[in-house]
Design a protein around this ligand. Structure first.
Ligand SMILES: Cc1ncc(C[n+]2csc(CCOP(=O)(O)OP(=O)(O)O)c2C)c(N)n1
Ligand SMILES: [Mg+2]
Length: 673
C-alpha cells in the first residue's frame, strides 16, 4: 500500500478528536467544561457526520439544518465540530478559547464563530429557541413550498442536558412543540446523571423526573435508552426521528460525562473544570490518542471535512430554488427578501399613512387598541409578522383582522401567522427568539407588562444577540386599575430600560404607537418593547409626525419657558394639562414627550440639548422615580411611584398616587428658579 495514503479515520478517532480539543482548550484557558463534549462526542459524530445538512462554506444557506447546543457550557463541542468540518474557525481560535476578542467565548454566542445559530448557556433557552426555529421552518414551508417545488425543508436539531430539562422553560416550550406537532424538531438529551451540586454531582438527589413519560405526555416521540457512545445506535435513533412526521422527537442518550478520563469520568468534577495535566495524559493513554495538544491528524480532518458535501447540498438546493424562481418569481423574491430580513418597499409609506390617519382622526384610544389598528394596517404588507400572546390575546389586542391562528400539524393547513402560546411568557419569548434567528420572520408577542419579568432572560438574550423581536406589553401602569398591585407594573419600564440594546417605547397616543411599531420593525439589530395602556388616552398635539422617531421631542412648547416637563405614555396628557394650569399662573413650561429614552439617547447631543435645554426639569411617569434622575438631575423633580399600587378604578388611582395636573404643576413650582 502506498504509504502516503493515510488510513480513513474511524468514528472513534473522530469522536476522540472532539475529546482532545475540548480537554486541551479548557486546560489552556484554565477554565471551561470538558465533561459534556467528551460525553457527547459520539452523538456529535452520528449527527454531524451522517445527518446534519450544512455548508461550512456558507453558514447562512437558508435551508441548512439548524443546530442548537442548548447545554451551551459544552461550547467546546460546537467549536470543535465547526473547526473540524471546515467552518472559518481556525485552530488558533480554539487555542484562544475564552480569551478576550476570540471567536470562542465561554458559551456560544451568535455572531462570534460562524455556524453558531444562537447564543446559549442560560439553560433551557436553547431548546426553546430550537422550538422557534422548527416552527419557523414549518411556517415558511407551508407558505412557500409548492406541489412541484420544495424550497423549505430542513430539520432543527438540539442537544440538551439535565440542566435544560430541569429548567421550567423547557416544560413551556417543549409542551408547545408537542401540541403544535413540530415533527422536524429532533432533540438529543445527554442523559448522564450528573449536574453540579454535591461532591459527585449525582443528579438522583435532586432530579428524578421520568423524562420519557414527561415528553410522551407532551405528544413527543421518545426514543429512550439509546447508548450515547454507540454511533450506530444514535444514527439509528436519528433515522427513526426523521421518519416521524408529526411529532417532535426526543432521543434519550445514556452517556458518561467526561467519557475516556480514567479518574474523572462520571463525576461532577468533570462538568466545569479543567481535568488537569495528569488526568489529560491518562485520558490520552486510555483513548489511544497519541497526538499532542491541538494537533489533529490529517486523516481525522479528512474524516470530518464537510466542505465538499456542504457545497453540493447547497448547490442542489440552489438548483431547486432556481426552478422555483422561474415558476413562482414573486414568491421567490419574497422568500429572498424575508430571509435577508429586508422590509418590503411599501413598508415606509404604509407606516407613515397609519400615523397620519391617526393624527387626522384624533380619536381617544387605549394605546393597546391603537397597536391593534397598526397591526391591521401593517400585516397585509408584512407577511413576516408572526404574532401571538401568552393567553391574553383579548387583552393585549395582538390579533389583527387578518391574523390566522397556527393549528396543530394534524389539521390540514399547518400554516398561519398567530401563535396561541398559552400561559408561557418565558417560553414565548425564547420561541420568538428562535423565529427571529431562523430568518424569514419578525415575531411579536404579548403579555401584561408586569409579567415581562417571567420572560426576562429571553428578552436579555434577544438584546444580547441583537434579535429583531417586538414585545407587546400592555396594561403598562397603575392605570390598569382594579386588578391591583400584583398586576400593576411599577419598576418594569425602568428595569427594561436598563437592559443594553433593548429599545423600550411607551407611546403617549395612537400616533406615537404607530411610530413605535414602525421603529421596532425597522430595527434590524435588537428587540423593542412596546409598553401600552389598557385605558384610553387622548391624542397629543402633533406637528411633524416623524418627531417622535427621535425618541423624545417637544410636544408642546411655550414662549419663555421656565421649566421642562418630560413625560411618557399616559402621563403626557397630565403634563399637557399641567402646562395649561401653569400658564394661568404665569409660569410657561415646555412639555417633552419621551416615548423611548434609548432612542432619544442615541440622538446627537445637539438635538438632545435643544429638547431638554438647561432649564429645570420635572419628569412624570407612573413608575419608579430613580430612572428619571439622569434627565432631571438632583435639582429636578420626579412625579413617580416608588411603592406598589392598589386595587381601584384607574381614575381614582391616578389621583391617589398624585398623577394629576395639579401635582405636576406643584412639582414644577417647587423647582423653577
Ligand atoms: C439558567 C441557568 N442556571 C444555571 C446555570 C449554571 N449551570 C451551568 S451548567 C449547570 C448544570 C447543568 O447540568 P447538565 O445540563 O446536566 O450538564 P452536564 O454537567 O451534564 O454537562 C448549571 C447549573 C446556567 N448555565 N443556566
Ligand atoms: Mg448532566
Amino acid at each position: 500500500m502506498d504509504s502516503s495514503v493515510t488510513a480513513k479515520a474511524t468514528d472513534a478517532e473522530l469522536a476522540n478528536s472532539i475529546r482532545a480539543l475540548a480537554m486541551d482548550a479548557v486546560e489552556a484557558a484554565k477554565s471551561g467544561h470538558p465533561g459534556m463534549p467528551m460525553g457527547m462526542a459520539e452523538i456529535a459524530v452520528a449527527l454531524w457526520k451522517r445527518h446534519l445538512q450544512h455548508n461550512p462554506g456558507n453558514p447562512n444557506w437558508p435551508d441548512r439544518d439548524r443546530f442548537v447546543l442548548s447545554n451551551g457550557h459544552g461550547s467546546m463541542l460546537l467549536y470543535s465540530v465547526l473547526h473540524l468540518t471546515g467552518y472559518d474557525l481556525p485552530l488558533e481560535e480554539l487555542r484562544r478559547f475564552r480569551q478576550l476578542g476570540s471567536k470562542t467565548p465561554g458559551h456560544p454566542e451568535r455572531g462570534c464563530a460562524p455556524g453558531v445559530e444562537t447564543t446559549t448557556g442560560p439553560l433551557g433557552q436553547g431548546i426553546s429557541n430550537a422550538v422557534g426555529m422548527a416552527l419557523a421552518e414549518r411556517l415558511l414551508a407551508a407558505e412557500f413550498n409548492r406541489p412541484e417545488h420544495t424550497v423549505v425543508d430542513h430539520y432543527t436539531y438540539a442537544f440538551l442536558g439535565d440542566g435544560c430539562m430541569m429548567e421550567g422553560i423547557s416544560h413551556e416550550s417543549c409542551a408547545l412543540a408537542g401540541t403544535l406537532g413540530l415533527g422536524k424538531l429532533i432533540a438529543i438529551y445527554d442523559d448522564n446523571g450528573i449536574s453540579i451540586d454535591s461532591d459527585k454531582g449525582q443528579i438522583k438527589q435532586w432530579y428524578t423526573d421520568d423524562v420519557r413519560r414527561r415528553f410522551e405526555s407532551y405528544g413527543w416521540q421518545v426514543i429512550a435508552g439509546v447508548d450515547g457512545h454507540d454511533v450506530e445506535a444514535v444514527d439509528r435513533a436519528i433515522r427513526k426521528a426523521k421518519r416521524e412526521k408529526t411529532r417532535p422527537t426526543l432521543i434519550c442518550a445514556k452517556t458518561t460525562i467526561a467519557k475516556g478520563a480514567p479518574k474523572k469520568a462520571n463525576t461532577g468534577a468533570a462538568h466545569g473544570a479543567p481535568l488537569g495535566a495528569d488526568e489529560i495524559a491518562a485520558t490520552r493513554a486510555a483513548l489511544g490518542w497519541a497526538h499532542p495538544a491541538f494537533e489533529i491528524p490529517q486523516s481525522v480532518y479528512d474524516g470530518w471535512n464537510a466542505r465538499e458535501a456542504g457545497k453540493r447540498a447547497e448547490k442542489a438546493w440552489q438548483r431547486r430554488f432556481n426552478a422555483y424562481k422561474k415558476a413562482h418569481p414573486a414568491e421567490a423574491a419574497a422568500f429572498e427578501r424575508r430571509m435577508k430580513g429586508e422590509l418590503p418597499a411599501e413598508f415606509d409609506a404604509v407606516a407613515r399613512r397609519v400615523a397620519e390617519e391617526f393624527n387626522e382622526k384624533r380619536e381617544t384610544l387605549a394605546t393597546r387598541r391603537a397597536s391593534q389598528l397598526v397591526l391591521d394596517a401593517l400585516k397585509p404588507v408584512l407577511p413576516e409578522l408572526v404574532g401571538g400572546s401568552a393567553d391574553l390575546t383579548g387583552s393585549n389586542l395582538t390579533m389583527a383582522k387578518t391574523s390566522k391562528v397556527i393549528g396543530r400539524s394534524s389539521s390540514p393547513d399547518t400554516g398561519g401567522d398567530y401563535v396561541f402560546y398559552g400561559v408561557r411568557e418565558f417560553g414565548m419569548a425564547a420561541v420568538m427568539n428562535g423565529l427571529a434567528l431562523h430568518g424569514g420572520f419578525v415575531p411579536y408577542g404579548g403579555t401584561f407588562l408586569v409579567f415581562s419579568d417571567y420572560a426576562r432572560n429571553a428578552l436579555r438574550l434577544a438584546a444580547l444577540m441583537g434579535a429583531r423581536v417586538i414585545y407587546v406589553f400592555t396594561h403598562d401602569s397603575i392605570g390598569l386599575g382594579e386588578d391591583g398591585p400584583t398586576h400593576q407594573p411599577i419598576e418594569h419600564a425602568a428595569s427594561l430600560r436598563l437592559m443594553p440594546n433593548m429599545d423600550v417605547w411607551r407611546p403617549a397616543d395612537a400616533v406615537e404607537t404607530a411610530i413605535a411599531w414602525a421603529a421596532g420593525i425597522r430595527r434590524k439589530n435588537g428587540p423593542s418593547a412596546l409598553l401600552l395602556t389598557r385605558q384610553n388616552v387622548p391624542p397629543s398635539p402633533h406637528g411633524e409626525l416623524s418627531a417622535a422617531e427621535r425618541g423624545g421631542y417637544v410636544v408642546s412648547d411655550a414662549e419663555g419657558a421656565r421649566a421642562v416637563v418630560i413625560a411618557t405614555g399616559s402621563e403626557v396628557q397630565i403634563a399637557l394639562e399641567a402646562q395649561k394650569l401653569l400658564a394661568g399662573d404665569g409660569i410657561p413650561v415646555r412639555v417633552v414627550s419621551m416615548p423611548s429614552t434609548s432612542v432619544f439617547d442615541r440622538q446627537p447631543a445637539e438635538y438632545r440639548n435643544s429638547v431638554l435645554t438647561t432649564l429645570p426639569k420635572v419628569a412624570v411617569e407612573a413608575g419608579v422615580s430613580d430612572y428619571w434622575r439622569k434627565y432631571v438631575g438632583l435639582d429636578g423633580a420626579v412625579v413617580g411611584i416608588d411603592r406598589y399600587g392598589e386595587s381601584a378604578p384607574a381614575g381614582e388611582l391616578f389621583k391617589h398616587f398624585g398623577f394629576t395636573p395639579a401635582k405636576v404643576a406643584e412639582a414644577v413650582r417647587s423647582i423653577v428658579r
